[in-house]
Design a protein around this ligand. Sequence first.
Ligand code: PLP
Length: 387
Amino acid sequence: MRKDFLPFSIPTIEEEEIQEVVESLQSGWITTGPKVKKFEDEFKVYVDSPFAVPLSSATAGLHLALLAMGIGPGDEVITTPMTFAATVNVMIHVGATPVFADIEPGTLNIDVQAVRAKITERTKAIVPVHFAGLPCDLDAIFALAKEFNLQVLEDAAHAIGTEYKGKRIGSFDSVSVFSFHPIKNITTGEGGMVCTRDEKLAEEISLLKFHGMSREAWKRYSAKGTPNYDIVLPGFKYNMMDIQAALGIHQLRKLDRFIEQRTKIAEFYTAAFADVDEIITPSAAPYAYRHAWHLYTPLVKIEKLTIDRDAFMAELKKENIGTGLHFKAVHHHPYYRENLPIAPGELPLADYASDRILSLPLFPKMVMEDAADVVDSVKNVLARSRK
Ligand SMILES: *Cc1c(COP(=O)(O)O)cnc(C)c1O
């Protein structure tokens, strides 16, 4: 057993990030300003999107995207139950009704045929989540959206650097939202980015993100600006700070290296668990893609064990291995269980995954010995909990 605790995730913050933050602190300008603009510009180039709006979180981005897309009371939005609650909470915030379509058993991404079956006259949008960094089948989703005149909002919180058929997530003709929370593939502490090819939508989101103010504050206080401003609608306070962007600028430049390291660890896990009957490793998808490997989420066949998934995670902790839970299906949470009309057994594949899933340690600073420790510990726990 390993001597020190291996957490499930640690951000990689290096000297460049630290120096850039210090420079921001010393510059006299710490909130939204030139560093946010620089991060926005470099992000646009990386994902190949003409417009990007930096925000305080992906949750803020999903919220403003739904508002800018005109989604509100009476509208239904179809999404996956295998996501973080934020994807769905924001639908409630705008007064819309979330509708869950079941997932594919292998990739854990939303099943496009299941989406089709949930479309009604009230459906306005589909919100796919690129689970763990594996892209959803966007061609199929866009074709369905076109057939029924629906909008597509990609929850790309896991998918910074993900590619679908040779194109980066963020570059498609939809709206996509990225997260820079510390466990995500790059971090700004907290932060998010909305990408779109629709200039009007980007303008609307920009307006909503800062009180509905017609001009950005940092321009107002610059030598060229004037202090007066207009509030043209009642907006929110969702702007990103320069201190955050200082991290993001350098994180983005390192992203491809981070993904390479994550991929090595993920491939090691998949090979190591290939002959372990109780572990179902994540499946590949039948189209060309680059996986960003934000998470490594096997399913544990608890029906073959004397313990459930939560006890399995507790046993791994005793072995000094940290785990995460991404995710308990959203319809299993009390609020959604009590407030959405979901029949028992309506989402069988999400139910199956939700009770068996866990996230193993996966972060760029991990070395192969760490990954080998994880595999050994998983095997140890299985050996003492088989029926
Ligand atoms: C992390 C996450 C979010 C929320 O991101 P924040 O930046 O923390 O608001 C949304 N959706 C999914 C799928 C996530 O994993």
